[in-house]
Write a protein that binds this ligand. Sequence first.
Ligand SMILES: O=C(O)C(=O)C[C@]1(C(=O)O)C=C[C@@H](O)C=C1
Length: 361
Amino acid sequence: MEYRSKLNELRKKIDEIDEQILRLLNDRARLARDVGHIKKKHNLPIYVPSREQKIFDRLEQLNREFGEYFPTDSIKPVFREIISACRSTEENLKVAYLGPRATFTHQAAIEHFGQAVEYIPVQTIKDVFEEILKERADFGVVPVENTIEGIVNYTHDLLVDYTLKITGEVILEISLHLMGINPDIKQIVRVYSHRHALAECREWLMKNLPHAQLIEVESTAKAAEMAKDDYESAAVAGEAAADIYGLHIIEKKIDRHTQNFTRFLIIGKDIPPASGNDKTTFVFSVKNEVGALYKTLEPLYKHGINMTKIESRPSKKEAWDYIFFTDIEGHIEEDRIRNALKELEKKSPFFKILGSYPKAH
Ligand SMILES: O=C(O)C(=O)C[C@]1(C(=O)O)C=C[C@@H](O)C=C1
């Protein structure tokens, strides 16, 4: 019985600490609200991703110094929600994303903005751009490339056509989980999912649920919705679907791809200020002459700028004419980046900066 009194004593201490945390959260929210008043008065943006990134970096570092009793991997998810909630006392951010709810794009959006924003699921990537342009949303979230499927052409084309800017990126590991309201796998007789997701998990399903009926539905999100009221059903879907539809994750990562990552872009109207660890994305074309690509990119080399990616796409203006989507390290506020890009622009028939934004970790 002695352990009971010890347990009670420890729980009492946890309650006291929770109370202190809660008081501090209220103090924090009050300060954020005051910051919000000043920013509104001086017409400054409420959402400052560079500041948020600095907070995460500093706290992760401090947590290591504190001995990591609290897992460092949990710092960002916890503080992301704290900041999201504090931010919501300053302004109600509206974020459009390629829906429906519970998709991986939704998951990426939550990973970036936290829960305390108004989410607007829309049907197409173009609708995401339109929502921002028509001022129904402040930001948008769209997929741009996947390690297995390659680039999302449509997102690239829209970035060229619209005046909007890339303001951030999220890289998400695409893991498919088995989920349901019933955690007992032995009672599962039906498994819902999208055709591709079922195919990716076939090996695991054959081995562990050989008698279950596999039912194809239009999306992994729909699968989770189908499973949410049925004790004998499970769905194969992403983590956001389990959160949103209140399902238990019965078995984590049942897909066989270990290198399945998708990169999502956050788009908005303005380029955010430098965070100190940024990327700039631009697109350009080259003249039709020998060594044109080499010559056009020379200013990057001259100014010591690291190019991390270059991707060609048909320009759609003339046959066999290409434009190049390029990522470099650094922010357009930095002199060396600005100067190099000015020189590069002079050499290109077409040039456009698509954004400068904090690098995803
Ligand atoms: O520092 C600010 O500018 C704030 O508004 C506070 C705060 C925060 O909660 O820490 C909230 C929103 C911003 O995106 C950045 C940080």
